[in-house]
Design a binder for this molecule. Structure first.
Ligand SMILES: Cc1ncc(C[n+]2csc(CCOP(=O)(O)OP(=O)(O)O)c2C)c(N)n1
Ligand SMILES: [Mg+2]
Length: 382
């Protein structure tokens, strides 16, 4: 990324992104105008599909169908659906390891996502990526990163590329609350602000980085306020309300496209542990019960029932559809072949390294060229 040079179209963006407005901070809450019934139903269907998919993924993990790490979006369905429904097909999405829901909401077939979890060749990343590393350029789903904050500079670079080319797409860069303490977060926001890049940084604040609370880890726990350091527009929104998230994301994306990058904080809770193997013992029984009682999928169903958008029969129908769709995905994944072991190093950047277990720490990987006047070390060792 150039350090001193401005992107080609930066002046145009700069003209639109006046300093006066860049200090303004909007607050977006559930005040949003209600979308048509059809769209509300679509939000609900997508949320239920994510819920059922994640439950099935957790089950598949206990059946040893899924290996490695596995982090679920349980409790974040409204956030996922609200955000992805506001994005355009040409927008780029970068996220962390908690990604299945985003892949689904971006339109990738459940079969391909489940097959990736199972490590099979029909998976999104042909079985090489697993839960944390899904990548699908066709839907501009750019991964899937296991290093906390690793996606942020890449997403910022993609926004720079869009700007160079003068395109109208935008980038959505997702991250957790814990990620806002990583250096790359601050470096990236700074560059995005001075270069007026078309990017929305979304902090999915679920209150915890593994088991550490936001208050324990962040000197400014109202995370959207961190944007002030870069004179970036920001908002905090209820992440359990898909309509509020959708509206806030639309505004944030419009701002980004106009050359004013945006920081959107969504507030929700994850219903289970950090990953499927975390029993979340740091939560009291009362806390766990309160979480279940505030389940955003159930809450949205209740709201749509009250508003007359949903009836009990339709609730059952949508649920049955989702369960069946996910069962099909699991059957598809089960039937998909494993990748050939010989392909393990395809698409890796690293050059082959001899796996020499006899080598001791500190010893050179390859024999050093003999220096004049000294005995060859490899000969001495031999
Ligand atoms: C650079 C780095 N440090 C530490 C870890 C270990 N780690 C994995 S997830 C995580 C917590 C991140 O929390 P948050 O950003 O809030 O995301 P959440 O899991 O809550 O969605 C940590 C510390 C890592 N993967 N990468
Ligand atoms: Mg978190």
């Amino acid at each position: 990324m150039p350090q001193t040079q401005k992107p080609r179209s930066a002046p145009a963006r700069a003209a639109r992104a006046t300093r006066g407005t860049s200090t303004k901070r909007t607050r977006t809450t559930a005040e949003s105008e209600s979308p048509p019934d059809e769209q509300l139903l679509d939000f609900y269907r997508r949320m239920v599909l994510i819920r059922r998919f994640e439950e099935r993924a957790a089950r598949a993990y206990t059946e040893a169908k899924v290996g490695g790490y596995c982090h679920l979006n349980l409790g974040e369905e409204a956030t996922v659906v609200g955000l992805m429904s506001a994005s355009a097909p040409g927008d780029y999405v970068y996220t962390n390891y908690r990604e299945h829901g985003y892949a689904l909401a971006r339109g990738i077939a459940p079969e391909r996502i489940m097959a990736e979890l199972y490590g099979r060749t029909d998976g999104v990343s042909r079985g090489w990526g697993g839960s944390m590393h899904m990548f699908d350029y066709a839907s501009r789903f750019m991964g899937g990163y296991g290093i906390v904050g690793g996606q942020i500079p890449l997403a910022t670079g993609a926004a720079l590329a869009i700007d160079y080319r003068g395109e109208n797409d935008a980038v959505i860069c997702l991250m957790g609350d814990g990620t806002t303490n990583i250096g790359a977060f601050h470096e990236s926001l700074n560059l995005a602000a001075i270069w007026h890049l078309p990017i929305v940084y979304v902090v999915v604040n679920n209150g915890l980085g593994m088991g550490t609370t936001v208050e324990q880890a962040s000197a400014e726990p109202e995370l959207h306020k961190r944007a002030a350091a870069y004179r970036m527009d920001a908002a905090r929104v209820d992440g359990t309300d898909p309509v509020a998230v959708h509206t806030a994301a639309q505004r944030a994306l419009a701002s980004a496209r106009a050359g004013r990058p945006f920081l959107l904080e969504t507030v929700s809770e994850r219903l289970k542990g950090h990953s499927v193997v975390d029993p979340a013992r740091y939560r009291t029984r009362e806390e766990a019960e309160a979480l279940r009682a505030a389940d955003p999928v159930a809450a949205f169903a209740a709201r749509l029932l009250t508003e007359g958008v949903l009836g009990e029969e339709l609730v059952a129908e949508i649920d049955a559809e989702a369960v069946a769709r996910v069962a099909e995905a699991a059957a598809f994944a089960d039937a998909s072949p494993h990748p050939e072991a010989s392909t393990l190093f395809d698409y890796t950047y690293a050059t082959p390294v001899p796996n020499d277990s006899r080598r001791l720490p500190g010893e050179a990987l390859f024999p050093a060229p003999p220096r004049p006047g000294t005995p060859d070390r490899t000969e001495v060792l031999a």
